[in-house]
Design a protein around this ligand. Structure first.
Ligand code: MV4
Length: 492
């Protein structure tokens, strides 16, 4: 593979391009009108406009992207995450055009794109699953009977679902039918597929996912877990590796289950198997994501493995050189997603121009971003500005480094979720590792940040007063503007 096209934008496009360049591979970028000066365009060896700003007219234009790849003699297409990354039709079109899709085969994407097909595929591997049915509900009274056997509360889920869409909790049998109707209509309007099924509702789960790598020669590895429970409305905000809750035995069991899920769909490339973990440390297979995930850097930091490099090597048909026993967890990594959203106003997108943009630096700080100072954050795409990742010898060290990095990250012109990140890093329950997927709902209010900031302000005032009292003799307030402390000068 001598040349690859990156069918994406922003931080992930840059992230992929950096590794490709290190491997001596030439890079083709594609971009929408609004991204013509974006960093991923400037980084690439060649760049081609593929249409107007809306992604449906640019980054989702399969044929246009493939045309660019063909006319530039590109060998492979990396889809990144989002956009076309889990689109089986795109993967097939790419392969049919004689180009390598840097990702799994169409079969794996299709199977894992349907939760019912996924359940069916993993059946023979004895993967733990939440008690429930593994077929679409067709008969409501039959489904009610099963729900009563499982025991309420139960969850109705859309087979084609994702991001919590088409999901409905049912607390008792008398609300079953109305909730099912809502789930079906939401599934039809969101996915064009009304198939739903039921599961026992796991009330307070952690969300743990396992990174896997599979080559084209039958080797499948797992690269341990990521803890992704800190999320709001199915949007992850903080991820870390390893998880504070897993022990060696459970880690090995979940790793093995993840490898089996990958085998069940003949997986190739980098993938992620999602599990729910209940209070009693029982784990259940949820679904498999057939792409490189946003939060992949925490795994890279604790394993020392470049996942994009492995994706490319696997796509080139190279055998994985690593063995499971060579893989060891070293240190602890935490990722904070920094969004142009207002945490004081219900996380409303707050896009605009980055008038100030100063990156935090230091040992153990990695910043995966896709903007520079002066750039506009467009309204057309995901409002994530960057991923701030810290790596330490242990969890406390990683948390402390994250707090410092947040403080040294200066973003002006847009409101960001950085203060929300500080809130999480300072929260006793987060620090103790005592949390589940309800953490944000349970503990976060805008007042919680404001209160913390006002406490910090009081502390700052006290420090200033102490300094003033200690240096009274040395401080002389300038005559022309006696109220302006900035004009205070140290004499002698
Ligand atoms: C569940 C669950 C509880 N019990 N399934 C949410 C998105 C979808 N991918 C799966 N999800 C869930 N499935 C059962 N049987 C709770 C969730 C869930 C969740 C899962 C992972 C991360 C965050 C979540 C937030 C709310 C609900």
């Amino acid at each position: 593979m001598k040349k690859i096209l990156v069918a994406n934008r922003g931080e992930i496009a840059l992230r992929i391009m950096r590794t490709a360049q290190q491997m001596g591979i030439k890079i083709v970028a594609v971009y929408s009108d609004i991204d013509r000066n974006a960093p991923h365009v400037r980084f690439a060896d060649e760049a081609y406009n593929i249409g107007p700003a809306p992604s449906s007219e640019s980054y989702l234009m399969m044929d246009k992207i493939i045309e660019v790849a063909q006319s530039t003699n590109t060998d492979g297409i990396h889809p990144g995450y989002g956009f076309l990354s889990e689109n089986a039709a795109f993967a097939k079109k790419v392969n049919d055009a004689g180009i390598i899709f840097i990702g799994p085969g169409t079969h794996a994407i299709e199977v894992m794109g349907s939760k019912l097909a996924a359940k069916e595929a993993v059946k023979k591997y004895d993967i733990p699953m939440v008690p429930g049915v593994d077929e679409a509900i067709t008969d409501v009274s039959e489904a009610k009977k099963i729900a009563e056997e499982i025991g309420f509360p139960i969850l109705i889920k859309a087979s084609a679902g994702g991001g919590g869409k088409g999901m409905r909790i049912v607390n008792s049998v008398n609300e079953f039918e109305s909730q099912m109707d809502r789930a079906v209509s939401e599934a039809i309007s969101s996915f064009g597929d009304g198939a739903v099924f039921i599961e026992k509702y796991v009330a307070s789960p952690r969300h743990i996912e396992i990174q896997v790598l599979a080559d084209q020669h039958g080797k499948v590895l797992h690269l341990f877990e990521r803890e992704c429970s800190i999320q709001r409305r199915h949007q992850k905000v903080v991820e870390e590796a390893p998880s504070i809750i897993l022990n060696e035995k459970l880690r090995a069991q979940m790793g093995e289950a993840a490898v089996n899920v990958a085998r069940a769909c003949d997986y190739v490339g980098a993938g992620t198997v999602e599990f729910l973990l209940d209070e009693n440390l029982n784990f259940y297979f949820l679904e498999m994501n057939t792409r490189l995930q946003v939060e992949h850097p925490v795994t890279e930091l604790i394993t020392g493995i470049d996942l994009v490099e492995q994706q490319i090597r696997i796509a080139r048909n190279e055998p994985l050189e690593i063995d499971q026993n060579d893989l060891k967890i070293k240190g602890h990594a935490i990722e904070l997603r920094v969004y142009a959203e207002d945490p004081f106003d219900n996380f409303l997108p707050n896009v605009g121009q980055l008038t100030e943009y100063v990156r935090p630096q230091g040992e153990g700080v990695r910043l995966d971003d896709g903007y520079d100072q002066g750039m506009e954050i467009p309204i057309y795409y995901d409002p994530m500005i960057a991923k701030l990742i810290t790596y330490g010898v242990n969890r406390i060290d990683a948390i402390e480094k994250m707090k410092k990095a947040i403080a040294n990250y200066k973003i002006g012109g847009v409101i960001t979720t950085l203060p929300f990140g500080s809130f999480v890093m300072d929260h006793e329950k987060f620090v103790d590792g005592d949390f589940d997927t309800h953490f944000v709902n349970e503990y976060f209010t805008p007042e919680a940040i404001q209160q913390k900031e006002s406490e910090e302000n009081k502390l700052a005032a006290k420090v200033a007063l102490k300094y003033y009292l200690e240096n009274k003799e040395l401080l002389k307030i300038a005559d022309n503007d006696s109220a302006d402390w900035r004009n205070a000068r140290l004499l002698n």
